[in-house]
Design a protein around this ligand. Structure first.
Ligand code: ATP
Length: 496
């Protein structure tokens, strides 16, 4: 109303001045500039100011069925949300409302998706923001933004006729860091204090029920005051998906993609141990891009296999090693593959000498099943696979190269794990009490024994090593089945 009155009076004054014969051009220019600045501030707020900061309201038509895997996280979250849905009964029973839920877990596991699904489940307004948006160099701005955020959540929920609002704060560790840990930066502490004040102010009889969902990969960094009962009451872990979870996520992201009959998502799920939901989404996307590049109307299993390589190792590079180097790489990778296949038949997915990311070539193993505990036998076999690249170079080329350094690091890491887990001949040890020399000698002894075992495996299969390395040199790629066939032939010849 005031705006309209001001605008009307200004136009009338301008017309009056024109009639009197004044030049109004400078006034018009200044007015235009002022209006432009007003719009800019109104929409974005000045840098460092809190004006109109309110998070981002998102319309969500996203349900828990659209989140793959994460069965226990979904279950826990739904149980907590039922408190919000039945808020009236909760208030009648005198139970204090649930104010905050903290989702913790590695990046890309679906924390944001779960928060969105929670908003749809409770028919709430969804307001998303990130911890970093509260941190400004100007003291007091962060705290003001927190106040503004809660105010906006209430107002928008009323306007959209919703009984509840979910405020989602991603990277909450940025704003919820332990107070005093940011030395000389009172701004952080003030912002966190304001969040605590706002959460403490939430009541079960509020017209709009506000629930704060925080997400972090670092819950160990959070100020204990945030985790106190009455604030973030529930801690829900959102872990990397297991095989069944990976299968579901792949299926969800393939819903809108044309799959060929040979596609076996279960196999892809098995080969992608350690992948997050975001990685898996990327695999399905890359597979579709590869099919499009080949002008294939359908996505085939080979596209998925290559997409997994790309997500795991990076884009193919044009860098071409010299012929001698390429042969060395082929021998090295074949060594890994033969030992892997001999120790655990069926474990090789494929071998290639294509350069991807930092790797000049690689052998990809099919993980057995999702394993969370390892026996000594398993660890020793895994060390043998790591050592087999250098072993093959030694046997066939008479020398090693720097290409094995990262293999050695991983082998030593596993040997160390054998010692610290009490699986070595030293038995259960107290690591700090163990002298460096004893630790070194024990690790070296483990490595020596595995080196010997590798040498035996490879010298008994020298012909296969030579042949497969040669095929690899010519064709760049060899599948696990082709390698297995060649190894079977060799076995039969030995038996005859
Ligand atoms: P960050 O910690 O990095 O913020 P996040 O855990 O919040 O990550 P999201 O943003 O929810 O992860 O997920 C990123 C993308 O990964 C999603 O848009 C989705 O495509 C995919 N994704 C991750 N987890 C799942 C899942 N469980 N089901 C389906 N898709 C998933």
């Amino acid at each position: 109303m005031i705006k309209e009155l001001f605008l009307g009076t200004s136009i009338a004054a301008l017309i009056f001045l024109v009639i009197l014969g004044y030049n109004v051009l400078p006034l018009l220019l200044m007015g235009g500039l002022g209006f432009f600045l007003y719009i800019l501030i109104d929409k974005k707020g000045l840098p460092g100011s809190s004006a109109n900061f309110s998070g981002y309201v998102q319309q969500v038509n996203f349900t828990f069925d659209d989140v793959g895997g994460q069965a226990s996280a979904k279950q826990e979250l739904k149980e907590a949300l039922d408190f919000v849905i039945h808020a009236r009964q909760i208030a009648e029973m005198g139970i204090r409302p649930l104010k905050g839920i903290l989702l913790t877990g590695p990046p890309g596991t679906g924390k944001t998706l779960l928060a969105k699904a929670a908003a749809a489940y409770t028919h709430s307004l969804f307001l998303a923001t990130s911890g970093s948006e509260f941190i400004e160099v100007y003291a007091g701005v962060g705290a003001q933004r927190v106040r503004q955020l809660f105010k906006t959540a209430k107002e928008r929920a009323v306007r959209e006729k919703k009984n509840g609002a979910i405020i989602f704060i991603d990277e909450i560790d940025v704003l919820g860091n332990r107070r005093g840990s940011n030395t000389g930066h009172l701004e952080y502490d003030q912002t966190l204090n304001q969040l605590l004040v706002e959460m403490d102010g939430l009541r079960s009889d509020d017209r709009v029920k506000i629930l704060v969902i925080g997400a972090t990969n670092r819950d160990d960094m959070l100020d204990p005051a945030l985790l106190r009962p009455g604030r973030f009451d529930r801690l829900v872990r959102v872990d990397l998906p297991d095989k069944a979870g990976r299968y579901q996520i792949l299926k969800l992201h393939c819903r809108n993609k044309p799959l060929a009959d040979d596609v076996d998502l279960d196999k892809i799920a098995q080969e992608t141990f350690g992948f997050s939901g975001a990685h898996l989404e990327s695999v399905t996307n890359e597979a579709a891009i590869l099919a499009l590049r080949e002008e294939s109307p359908y996505i085939h299993q080979r596209h998925f296999k290559e997409a997994v390589d790309k997500v795991m190792m990076g884009e193919k590079l044009d860098r071409k090693p010299s012929k001698d180097e390429l042969y060395r790489i082929a021998v090295h990778e074949t060594g890994h593959a033969i030992v892997s296949e001999v120790l655990r038949p069926g474990s090789v997915s494929h071998i290639t000498v294509t350069t991807r990311g930092k790797a000049l070539g690689y052998m990809r193993q099919i993980p057995e099943d999702d394993l969370y505990l390892y026996t000594r036998d398993y660890l020793e076999k895994q060390i043998q696979v790591f050592l087999a690249g250098a072993g093959a170079e030694n046997i066939l080329l008479g020398s090693q190269s720097t290409g094995s350094s990262s293999d050695f690091q991983q082998a030593v890491q596993l040997a160390r794990q054998i010692v610290t887990a009490g699986l070595s001949p030293l038995g259960v040890i107290w690591e700090e009490g163990l002298s460096k020399d004893v630790l070194h000698d024990t690790i070296q002894e483990i490595i020596r024994r595995q080196e010997k075992a590798v040498e035996e495996i490879l010298t008994a299969r020298l012909e296969v090593l030579q042949e497969v390395a040669q095929v690899l040199l010519e064709e760049e790629y060899i599948g696990g089945n082709a390698l297995r066939q060649r190894l079977d032939q060799e076995n039969r010849q030995v038996l005859n």
